[in-house]
Design a protein around this ligand. Structure first.
Ligand code: FAD
Length: 450
């Protein structure tokens, strides 16, 4: 049978943008001269911080270089899952049992915060809290799932191993060696959730500005900061950097610790009801265990939203659409014949330890580096940063060291093609049973988008 060809007439923009009500223009508003807190970056992190600071009665200003949500917050896969790249056993090994538990607990608090804000405020974010399914790309990955489920149980998260012969009850594919099903988490419409969060922030009194890049952050002798913007300087007692995968020279200390990586998604036309049900009988989010991972779900209007880390080289949405289309049909050949209607990408922030980070560098606070956990963790860490700035408790995540990328590096990740080839090799070896990556650390969890 001939390989189905990808149609070329899809829109090169996020499906989420096409289906959200446009946010109104917040450019050209008068900037304050001085504030308690200047927030740089207007995605989930920055807007969540602005909301919380307004609730706490602080005078804060949010500066977004382009438009609110222009970064990953309205482009992502919409998969909301607790946990990190590392499962409980690896977390314990890295951080000790006490801190590991606290870190995991914070990821569960992140889920409660986001789902709670959506529910309590009646935000139409198409939230479907049906959990997620991790899919074993190699037999050795499936063998790890049993121990991972036990470790998750000890962290009070129920996880169920799904053998290959029972996989069809969870997902309409035989392409994997089995799965691990977890109930906490789900999927949402990321841009509608973002718009809802902006509404909450502004109702609380947040002062949000678009088309206002921060150009430099300087500390004065008196400990206060001058934030130079394209529209003048602002004096701030504190600064929060919330720029994640889009971090630029305004925050060189943060940029030195983050590797921006492209992640890409395609969305099909709406699928017939019976096919959508066959693909996703339980309505979960899905990821696989590959290094070049894929992540996907069936949207509320029955589109296949299929994303992945398809290239570590500079690329285009046309090239990534072709690669994702091919991968999608390997997993779900049933979709052949249905059109792709959208293709897009955005930047995630990977850190060298694959963990999110919150803390201070040179006195400037940051909440960044979500490494694929940002749909939940960004709102959470933005909120916790605001609480911490207001005198509240420091999050457990602030107790982990934020490593520098161990290579001469000023924001242009020249080493990514080499890393990409290494990952590709690991994926090939894994299916042949010569598993290096996951065997070395068998508890890698999902990192959608990353
Ligand atoms: C394609 C894709 C799929 C993803 N899928 C998932 C997923 O399914 N689940 C998950 O958990 N995570 C996913 N992610 C990651 C998640 O979207 C991010 O972690 C999260 O949105 C980060 O939010 P943020 O507010 O920190 O940063 P962003 O939303 O990226 O916002 C940063 C903002 O900072 C602004 N900025 C940068 N520099 C300056 C400056 N100097 N001055 C002013 N503003 C500046 C940028 O313009 C940008 O708007 C995905 C990401 C992508 C790109």
């Amino acid at each position: 049978m001939a390989t189905p060809r990808l149609n070329r007439d899809y829109e090169r923009r996020p499906y989420w943008h096409a289906t959200m009500s446009p946010l109104h223009d917040r450019s050209g508003r008068q900037l304050p001269d001085s504030v308690d807190v200047a927030i740089v970056g207007g995605g989930y992190t920055g807007v969540a911080a602005a909301r919380k600071l307004a609730i706490q009665g602080a005078k804060a200003v949010l500066l977004e270089a382009r438009t609110l949500g222009w970064g990953a917050s309205t482009r992502n896969g919409g998969i909301a899952h607790p946990g990190f790249k590392w499962g409980p056993r690896s977390l314990e090994k890295k951080y000790g049992p006490e801190l590991a538990r606290q870190l995991y607990a914070e990821s569960m608090e992140a889920l409660e915060l986001v789902f709670g804000l959506i529910r309590d405020n009646g935000i139409d974010a198409e939230l479907r809290p049906n959990g997620w399914l991790e899919l074993a790309w190699a037999p050795s990955h499936f063998e790890d799932f049993e121990a991972e489920a036990r470790a998750l149980g000890a962290f009070r998260t129920q996880a169920r191993v799904v053998p290959k012969d029972q996989l069809r009850a969870e997902i309409g594919t035989d392409a994997y060696h089995g799965g691990l099903a977890l109930d906490p988490g789900g999927v949402l419409h990321p841009a509608k959730w973002f718009a809802g969060l902006v509404g909450l922030a502004e109702r609380a009194g947040a002062d949000l500005h678009e088309a206002t890049p921060a150009l430099a952050i300087r500390r004065q002798r008196d400990g206060r900061f001058v934030v130079e913007t394209s529209r003048g300087a602002i004096l701030a007692k504190d600064v929060l950097v919330a720029t994640n995968g889009y971090t630029d020279g305004a925050a060189p200390n943060v940029r030195r610790r983050i590797v921006p990586i492209g992640s890409y998604i395609i969305a099909t036309e709406p699928l017939p009801e019976d096919l959508a049900h066959e693909l996703s009988p339980t309505g979960r989010a899905y990821f696989d265990t590959k290094n070049f991972l894929s992540y996907w779900h069936v949207s509320a209007d029955r589109r296949m939203v299929f994303g992945g880390r398809v290239s570590f080289l500079p690329t285009t949405t046309d090239r990534t659409a072709r690669l994702l289309f091919r991968r999608m049909l390997e997993v779900h050949p049933q979709i052949a014949g249905y059109r792709v209607e959208y293709s897009w990408g955005g930047k995630v922030a990977m850190t060298f330890d694959r963990m999110p980070h919150i803390g201070r560098l040179g006195g400037v606070m940051h909440a960044v580096g979500y490494s694929g956990t940002g749909v939940l963790m960004s709102t959470y860490l933005g909120t916790r940063a605001a609480e911490w700035l207001g005198g509240g408790e420091a999050p457990a995540l602030s107790r982990t060291r934020f490593p520098i990328v161990p290579a001469p590096y000023e924001g242009r990740p020249w080493f990514l093609p080499v890393v990409g080839e290494w990952f590709r090799l690991q994926d090939r070896l894994a299916v042949r049973g010569i598993d290096q990556g996951r065997a070395a650390d068998p508890e890698q969890g999902p990192d959608p988008g990353a």
